[in-house]
Design a protein around this ligand. Structure first.
Ligand code: ZN
Length: 428
């Protein structure tokens, strides 16, 4: 069987071990052999990629992705994009994630009902390049909740960012519709969001509505995720078994206790980049630091950092990524999150890397074959010019990603790029 042999690489395997010099053989779509040191693996019949001392690491995983957010400054700009252009945009963005080293992404809500499903299917069938992707529903919300954009004189649901439901039976109908469309994850908006004029600590969905949504998703073996900034919404997530909790800024001690007790069941993806950049870097789009402060973002960022540090100490799984796709946090800059985890949440660089790789495999529901470099695991690999453990920011520079491999196939081939003195040999 033909394959690719990486030689002369430092292997950062995603187990927590420090990088070590060695070789990795990929056959088909999996890592077949790993060895320490040099010239240990057979070179006959395989393409040899001499890494020239670069780091070989697992592909990154984005835990909270919105392909359909279109790098604009607001929700209505996303919602009003015409469907045909919107599909093309999503395809364009899916490729960008691979370009910058994200080989897996979790869809965290789509702007129109089927965008995520269509893109996932197109990636899986090989029509377009993109990361492994789990497709989301639209955000499901209640009247007056985050994502309800209807106006009294324009009561048209199409203007709304979210799918609006009123009561358990409407919830059932809507969730079943998204499941019929083929989503992997049903998204609920359980709390508010300051930029939409709805306080982050507002928790508007009823227990009955949530029960119905979770029951319907779980009956079909699908997962539920939630926009959950308030303490009460985090508790709702734990009580109802909502697997993926987004934000969680205001989780109080009771919420943290509940979450810790079920920490093997839940993932938290805070989307911290949104809080940081909306607080301080959205001035050119009309949100000065002062107005962000008045909205409540500075306080939320402060509280969220403390909350997430506590969560991290309690061993709750926290993953990077989240809400890229606005004008001040554009798609493709997602690796910034790893740096934010170090600077704002007290993670070591290695912990941040493990959160983006090993835990990433787990949130993709493939922890036994994804997110680490191990024999038998899927070959989603990055060849990085530099050492991310020493400098986590190196991952933000796409030029330093010498190679990107997904499922054993190069998306970015180090043999074809400007490999700067590195060389490769074709199959003997
Ligand atoms: Zn989001």
């Amino acid at each position: 069987m033909s394959g690719v042999l990486f030689t002369n690489v430092r292997i950062l395997d995603g187990t927590g071990a420090l990088p070590y010099p060695g070789e990795v053989l990929v056959q088909g779509n999996r890592v077949s052999r790993i060895s320490r040191g040099a010239r240990a693996l057979p070179t006959a019949g395989v393409v040899t990629v001499d890494g020239g001392g670069a780091t070989l690491m697992p592909g990154l995983v984005e835990a909270h992705t919105h392909f359909s957010w279109n790098d604009q400054p607001g929700l209505s700009e996303i919602q009003r994009m015409l469907t045909e252009e919107h599909i093309l945009w999503c395809a364009h963005i899916a490729k960008r994630y691979l370009d910058v080293g994200f080989t897996s992404c979790i869809g965290a809500a789509t702007a129109k009902p089927r965008l995520d499903v269509v893109i996932r299917n197109a990636i899986e069938s090989g029509q377009i390049p993109g990361p492994r992707y789990l497709a989301a529903s639209q955000e499901i919300t209640v009247p007056g909740g985050l994502g309800d954009e209807t106006l009294p004189h324009l009561p048209y649901p199409e203007f709304s960012f979210g799918a609006i439901v009123n009561g358990p039976e409407e919830m059932r109908k809507t969730v079943r519709m998204f499941l019929k469309y083929g989503v992997d994850t049903v998204k609920l908006n359980l709390s508010g969001e300051y930029i939409a004029g709805i306080p982050a600590e507002f928790t508007p969905m009823t227990e009955e509505e949530i029960t119905v949504a979770v029951t319907e998703a779980h009956v079909r073996g699908k997962r539920v995720s939630a926009h959950a900034r308030s303490a009460e919404s985090v508790k709702q997530c734990v009580r109802h078994g909502i697997e993926i909790i987004y934000h969680a800024s205001f989780a109080d001690e009771e919420a943290l206790d509940m979450l810790e007790a079920k920490r093997d069941r839940h993932f938290v993806a805070p989307g911290i980049a949104w809080l940081i950049n909306t607080s301080f870097n959205a001035g050119p789009w009309g949100i000065s630091p002062e107005s962000a402060k008045q909205m409540g973002y500075h306080r939320e960022l402060e509280v969220a950092c403390e909350t997430l540090k506590k969560m991290h100490r309690r061993g709750i799984r926290i993953l990077p990524g989240g809400d890229y796709g606005f004008a001040w946090i554009t798609h493709g800059t997602n690796a910034k999150d790893l740096e934010y985890f170090v600077k704002y949440l007290g993670f070591t660089p290695m912990e941040a890397l493990l959160a983006a790789t090993k835990l990433g495999g787990q949130i993709m529901m493939r922890g036994d074959e994804l997110g680490q470099i191990r024999e038998g695991h899927l070959a989603d690999l990055l060849l990085v010019d530099g050492d991310p453990v020493a400098n986590i920011a190196v991952l933000q520079d796409a030029a330093r990603l010498l190679g990107v491999m997904k499922d054993g196939v190069f998306h970015k081939d180090p043999q074809k790029g400007p490999a700067r003195g590195r060389f490769s040999r074709p199959a003997a």
